[in-house]
Design a protein around this ligand. Sequence first.
Ligand SMILES: Nc1ncnc2c1ncn2[C@@H]1O[C@H](COP(=O)(O)OP(=O)(O)OP(=O)(O)O)[C@@H](O)[C@H]1O
Ligand SMILES: [Mg+2]
Length: 431
Amino acid sequence: MTQTVTTNEPTAQVPPAQHLIGLLLGAEEDWPTAFEQVLELVGPITTDDGVTHEVSSERLTIEPFNLRQPVRTALVIDRLAYWYYHPREWLKKAALVNGTYLLNSPFTFQSMEKHSAYCALMRLGLKVPETILVPYKNPVDNVRWAYTSAKYNQSFDLKAIANELGYPLYMKPFDGGGWRGVSKVVDEQALQRAYDQSGEMLMHLQATIDYEHFARALSIGPETMVMDFRPDQPMHNRYAVSYDFLSPKAGQQAAAISRVVNAFFGWEFNSCEMLVKGDDVYPIDYANACPDIAINSLHYYFPWAIKALVRWSVYCVVTGRTARIDLETKHYFEIADRDDLTDDEKLDAYLAIADAYLDRTNYRAWCAKHLDHLDGAVLDWVQSDAFNKILRDTVQATYPEHERDQFMAHFGGLIALWVKDEKVRLRVGVS
Ligand SMILES: Nc1ncnc2c1ncn2[C@@H]1O[C@H](COP(=O)(O)OP(=O)(O)OP(=O)(O)O)[C@@H](O)[C@H]1O
Ligand SMILES: [Mg+2]
């Protein structure tokens, strides 16, 4: 079955294989421009079979579409489908009819929101805080509701449930979403007020974790960056640049849990939130399938995020990785049910399945072989006028005129810090 290929002359006649990556975007300009520029730095890739591959990208628009219509893009990075149905249904058709690889596939997140992630992580034995789902305060208007609910909805004692969880507790929608409807409830009056205001949102009550660090892990394929997140700060200041802010054990767990939940649900571009106390990691928000990667929120971590997104997309299209939309939950649960393993051993075993799903070993070896030049090229690009223009344009589009100099200096300083650290990481001359 092995094929021997000599790479000397005949390959010159073989036309390069072309791969197109589609970008399905909202209003953002910063990261797509960065993505396009970094993708150009990749250049042609010649794989072991002597075939040369060229990867390019295009910003997609969605018109009325025939369900049998071919799709030109091998992979689509989506930032729209969570909010808009027309692109979402186009993505589903592309996945089912055309085998298009999706970051992320609507099949893997549309029905899997924060609540499902809590359930899966509890089933895997992880430390999700105690959480209770209560019925709607104002059920969605429906003529049959009063009649039907009398059959399935028994009255309940909200205060007794809250007392059992203890105050303060968090009341928040079961499907999350940018702090919409989240409240910290300190007593019975606040409980009733928050519930009355929840209206047509379906709410969780959740025990409070008294945490030392809020860790946010951005995962792109098998790459994960665990960052020190400060949710109470304004957007541009939420990610602190701090190294080793978690104990080695908590840091390892935070990265492992993120990759496990991503592989478990088939999410390959996701950000996960955890509250950390000592060595204990408590997952609280694990389903952000259109994660924020704006330059003015990620700043220092932005070059890494764009590189990882380019690396993983290029790896998927050039190696012909196929999308799997079946969730193989059974394999994880078989480990969860074993009595002979400790919690740490279970996490290691989940991670082994996750890393196999994410092709981590092959991905790293492949990147070392075919994308070794990318780190140096991105380091130069981050110091170029083109990068500075992306930053300047974003600052101009986001902040009022009198704040622009301040924000250029703020983000410029953080990017300069990234350049300095990256030189150390890559061991190139540090000035
Ligand atoms: N169990 C908890 N213990 C302590 N703090 C919590 C808890 N749950 C939520 N919080 C706080 O409330 C904030 C919002 O909660 P959560 O992340 O679950 O909601 P969200 O609507 O998904 O927010 P976003 O989508 O912006 O991340 C968290 O960032 C955290 O500061
Ligand atoms: Mg959150």
